[in-house]
Ligand binder design. Sequence first.
Ligand code: NAD
Ligand code: MG
Length: 385
Amino acid sequence: MRTVTILGATGSVGTSTLDLIEREPDKFRVRALTANCDVVKLAAAARRTNAELAVVADESCVLALRDALAGTATQVAGGAQAVCEAAALGADWTMGAIVGCAGMKPAMAAIERGGTVVLANKEPLVSAGELILAAAARSGATLLPADSEHNAIYQCFDFARPERVRRIILTASGGPFRDKTREEMARMTPEQAVAHPNWSMGAKISIDSATMMNKGLELIEAARLFPVPEERIEIVVHPQSVIHSAVDYIDGSMLAQLGPSDMRVPIAHCLAWPDRMATPMAPLDLVALGRLDFAAPDPVRFPALRLAREALIAGGARPAILNAANEIAVAAFLARRIGFLEIAAIVEDILERYDPAPPDTLDAVLAIDAHARVLAGERVEDCVV
Ligand code: NAD
Ligand code: MG
């Protein structure tokens, strides 16, 4: 019996994680479930799993949560600090599936406590990667990547002989605008941008897939997680999202992980690791798939790829600024305040205008993150006529 905490339990990744653990009630016991303010979904999940604790980050939702869980044994709490306390309860296995930098402090709280911490939430690794890895080294926490590409690399990577790795091939679906011209992209709506061809995901990451900033963030994430220099991490467009990523060795062997485009596959790998568990998905049918296609990404139509690689190479505060400005620009696009192409333009502009010293604490990262958000917010206002 392992104890489990899910941070961001009501989102796309959180729901997939719950689906897997609820199939094996004798193997997993839920300690804490958290959400921002989706009380109905959170309370239902807490009731089904008999969770010890349910937490809403938004304090104005805590009374509604208390009502919804009246008569159960589940404790209720609210506020950002309560989310960190839930993370620090010390579950054997914690899923970090909060979206954006809001997941940074909770993820850090779980890592400092130790145990197995699964990072689906990529933004903290991008903004504060070095600090997160150092905290894991101090506490002895095991970090496992749930992001499908990084999970694929993790399954193929020989950590005992990283010098034998020639390249990491990070695959990208290319998103819903893979074949659109820049002129067409300029007119795309949030509805068109969230309609991902292969994956069903939260709104923010879906927009990141459309701009390919998601792959840019994943490039930085890969550089944090695997001991391979940036110039040996290659991005390849693979529209079918069947090969989730690959590791190329010096002897010419390339190992890849293949699977259905369902986050339950990498999450199950993390849940059972180092064992394996059954999942409900149909096995991959290669004959039905027929073919797999590959192409180089287009840096002109997808400037986010260049911005992310530059931020990774420059290091310091650059990845945090990239990520914070992107979060604001994506929110503005979703609110129909800016056009699709302005997302990357705003990120580039903020990176040019703001160049603070490298942060060496989590609070310093959060201060840079906050200032980049203010600058990006002002820049959004300039775009809105
Ligand atoms: P989502 O929007 O569906 O869910 C986000 C979760 O975070 C929800 O439970 C929400 O209540 C909670 N949340 C939102 N704001 C919060 C705040 N301020 N404080 C506390 N909790 C808050 O997002 P998702 O698609 O599940 O993605 C979650 C993370 O996983 C993201 O970082 C994303 O990049 C990453 N990821 C997602 C997928 C996917 O397939 N969805 C794949 C790989 C990585
Ligand atoms: Mg991914």
